[in-house]
Structures are given as structure tokens and as C-alpha cells.
Design a protein around this ligand. Structure first.
Ligand code: CA
Length: 233
């Protein structure tokens, strides 16, 4: 089955460095996306919210620091994890880097494996679900190791697509996902699938989850998308 890969936005203007990072993140099971400067980075974030941003300090145009501050000011990206890459070792710069709202920083030169370890640590703090083998929400449990889903004590049978949809929802309960985001996260950006296919699979997921239950846990948010919601609406 396809595992949902954490999406890492790499903002780095030096091609060789960007390529090394892209290659290593991909090999380690991430989905890397590269932007060359701050503008490209903000566009990439708008287009598809990453799980974490690796942001070079020295960029043409707006500095990494300025980009980080802009991300922090926006509602959607206020808590988006950011790791700043810096060639400057001075204490003041490090502190400024952390003042900007970055979650961590890595001083150049570094090895890709060192950066990836820091990325994993920040992601674990930001989204503990990524490191868990078992996800729970309300009376639903997903055992990721055994690939089993239960609601109440009863097993829920899901097709592979419904399983991935549910995993995505369970990793970020209460968050509303647009159909475009679901399409991208679950099917992948390279596959051409129509938006209404998402609705079809949501319907199947809903049916499987709600069998024998009265509370519908999938919330349809008109004009916005879908969310997991156990409060019962
Ligand atoms: Ca640079």
C-alpha cells in the first residue's frame, strides 16, 4: 500500500545543494518539493501546504528569515514547522533565527542525514501521529502495523483508498481538507483523478465507518471539503 509521505518544502537557491537534499529526502521516504527563492516558496505553500519547510537563510531577494516571518504571520502557516539552514555561526544570528519563529536551525556545512534527523525530530514534536503505529480518534482505532481499523469493538473493512483517506484524517483530526488536498495527499499529484472521485471514496469511507453506528464522523464542510469530527453534527 502507499504510505502517506511527509511533504518537505526545500527552499534553497543553490542547485547542487537543493538536488542533494531532494535526493536524500526522497530516499528517506519523504516527498520533497524544491523552491529557489522566497516568492517561489510562498507560492508552493499556497499551492499545497507542506508538512515542514527547510529554509535556507541566504536567498536571492527576501532572506530565509523574512520568509519565515511571513509564514508565521499567516493563519494557515502559523504553526508550520520551519528549519532554517544557516552558514553563519554567530550567536546573535542563531538567536535571531529562533526569534523569527523557526523551530530549529542547522549550520552549514551539514550532512543530509543530520538534517533529516532534525526534520524527523521536529515533525515528531509537531505531529506525533507521524511516529505512531496506532491512531485513535473517538471510538475509531487504526492499527497501522497490522493494517486494521476498528470502530467501537467492531472491525471496519476499508479499501486501500479509503484506508489512506482515513489515515490522513486521523493524523490531523478536526482539520478540514479540501478535495484538492485530499487528491494530492492520497492519490498523488502525478495522477489525473477528477475531484468527484474524492467524493465517491469519501462516501464509501463514510458508509464503512458508519455501519452499525448513528454518529457520522465525517463532516462535510460546504465549499471547503471534509474533516473528521466525532462530536456528531
Ligand atoms: Ca543560499
Amino acid at each position: 500500500m502507499k504510505v502517506i509521505k511527509p511533504r518537505i518544502l526545500i527552499v534553497e537557491d543553490e542547485d547542487a545543494q537543493a538536488e542533494v537534499l531532494r535526493y536524500n529526502f526522497e530516499r528517506e521516504g519523504f516527498e520533497p518539493v524544491v523552491a529557489r527563492d522566497g516568492e517561489e516558496a510562498l507560492d508552493a505553500v499556497d499551492e499545497n501546504l507542506p508538512d515542514l519547510v527547510v529554509l535556507d537563510w541566504m536567498l536571492p531577494g527576501a532572506s530565509g528569515l523574512a520568509v519565515c516571518q511571513r509564514l508565521r504571520k499567516r493563519q494557515e502557516t502559523r504553526t508550520l514547522p520551519v528549519i532554517i539552514l544557516t552558514a553563519r555561526g554567530e550567536e546573535a544570528d542563531r538567536i535571531r533565527g529562533l526569534d523569527s519563529g523557526a523551530d530549529d536551525y542547522v549550520v552549514k556545512p551539514f550532512s543530509p542525514s543530520e538534517l533529516i534527523a532534525r526534520v524527523r525530530a521536529v515533525l515528531r514534536r509537531a505531529r506525533p501521529a507521524l511516529a505512531e503505529e496506532r491512531l485513535s480518534y473517538g471510538d475509531i482505532t487504526m492499527d497501522l502495523a497490522a493494517h486494521r481499523v476498528t470502530r467501537g469493538e467492531k472491525p471496519v473493512r476499508l479499501g486501500p483508498t479509503e484506508y489512506r483517506l482515513l489515515q490522513l484524517f486521523m493524523e490531523r483530526p478536526d482539520r478540514v481538507f479540501s478535495r484538492e488536498q485530499l487528491l494530492d495527499k492520497v492519490w498523488g499529484r502525478d495522477i489525473h483523478v477528477e475531484l468527484r472521485t474524492v467524493d465517491v471514496h469519501i462516501r464509501r469511507l463514510r458508509k464503512a465507518l458508519n455501519e452499525n453506528h448513528t454518529t457520522d464522523v465525517i463532516r462535510t464542510v460546504r465549499g471547503a471539503g471534509y474533516a473528521l469530527d466525532a462530536t456528531g453534527t
